[in-house]
Design a protein around this ligand. Structure first.
Ligand code: FE
Ligand code: FE
Ligand code: ZN
Length: 277
């Protein structure tokens, strides 16, 4: 069965979020751990978590992917901003211990003119400070479109970060289809080659999740504007090949397309109809 879901809001609690997922036939869920612009997270309500877990079990919701606020920048030029990223991620990981065995995705960061090397140094330093041997959450580095000074614009940059993380069993990758297409990886015409390249550089065993998005812009545009499935430059045929690819088809997929709940429901139904059982 295709593991697919979408980005949902946890602002009304985990149980309400779970009910939304069930209503659109999703069996994965991504959510922002807090307001995407930062700020403090809601207190965990243990009863809410218990009810959510029951619902998830009944409905075979298998994977939870928490997404760090996208404004976090672990490699900012100012110490304040870097500390904020670190404290936020530490706090998020503490909360994720209520959901052992799931994933936490973050954008590596933007080096804002300091250069890739300095940026990567900061990211690695932060990861080595916050990753604990006893944690039960896998931290995923997201592949980025290379907008501005974003780090993670190619597989090599992601690989370098991973290589320098000490507790490697707690780190992995989330591949975003819109981002890598914008980054210059031609998943429309050369999907096999792109997957082979990923395998050669990062290793497919390190790939844990896919953000499934179409892109408003062309190959190598470095723009990062997500489109609805089938309405962008990647298109439904390429996306169908992606969800059915033997090396990807068992991974959890997460839609981050510009949709409300109803639109997500339609995309999930469409993609389920395209999946070869
Ligand atoms: Fe993201
Ligand atoms: Fe993404
Ligand atoms: Zn994006």
């Amino acid at each position: 069965m295709l593991k697919i879901g979408c980005h949902l809001s946890v602002s009304k609690g985990f149980y309400e979020m779970g009910k939304q997922a069930v209503s659109i036939n999703a069996n994965t869920i991504q959510f922002f751990t807090r307001n995407p612009r930062g700020g403090s997270a809601k207190e965990i309500d243990e009863e809410d978590v218990r009810k959510f877990k029951e619902l998830a079990k009944e409905n075979k919701i298998e994977v939870l992917l928490a997404h760090a606020p996208y404004t976090l920048n672990a490699c900012a030029a100012t110490e304040n901003i870097r500390n904020f990223a670190k404290n936020t991620m530490e706090d998020d990981l503490k909360r994720m211990e209520y959901f052992p065995g799931n994933y936490y995705n973050f954008h590596p960061g933007s080096h804002v003119g300091q250069g890739v090397d300095i940026g990567i140094n900061y990211i690695v330093e932060m990861l080595n400070e916050i990753i604990k041997p006893e944690q039960h959450t896998k931290i995923l580095l997201e592949t980025m479109a290379g907008k501005g000074s974003e780090i993670g614009r190619n597989f090599e940059e992601i690989k370098e970060i991973m290589d320098r993380v000490e507790l490697k069993e707690h780190i992995g990758v989330c591949l975003d289809t819109c981002h890598i297409f914008d980054g210059g990886y031609d998943i429309v015409n050369k999907l096999d080659e792109v997957i082979d390249e990923f395998d050669k550089i990062i290793g497919l065993k390190n790939l844990y999740a896919i953000h499934l998005n179409d892109s408003m812009n062309t190959l190598e545009s470095h723009k990062d504007r997500h489109a609805k499935i089938g309405e962008g430059k990647i298109g439904i045929e390429a996306i169908t090949r992606i969800i059915n690819h033997p090396k990807l088809r068992n991974l959890p997929f997460f839609l981050e397309t510009p949709n409300e709940l109803e639109g997500y429901g339609k995309e999930i139904a469409l993609l389920r109809s395209k999946y070869e059982e």
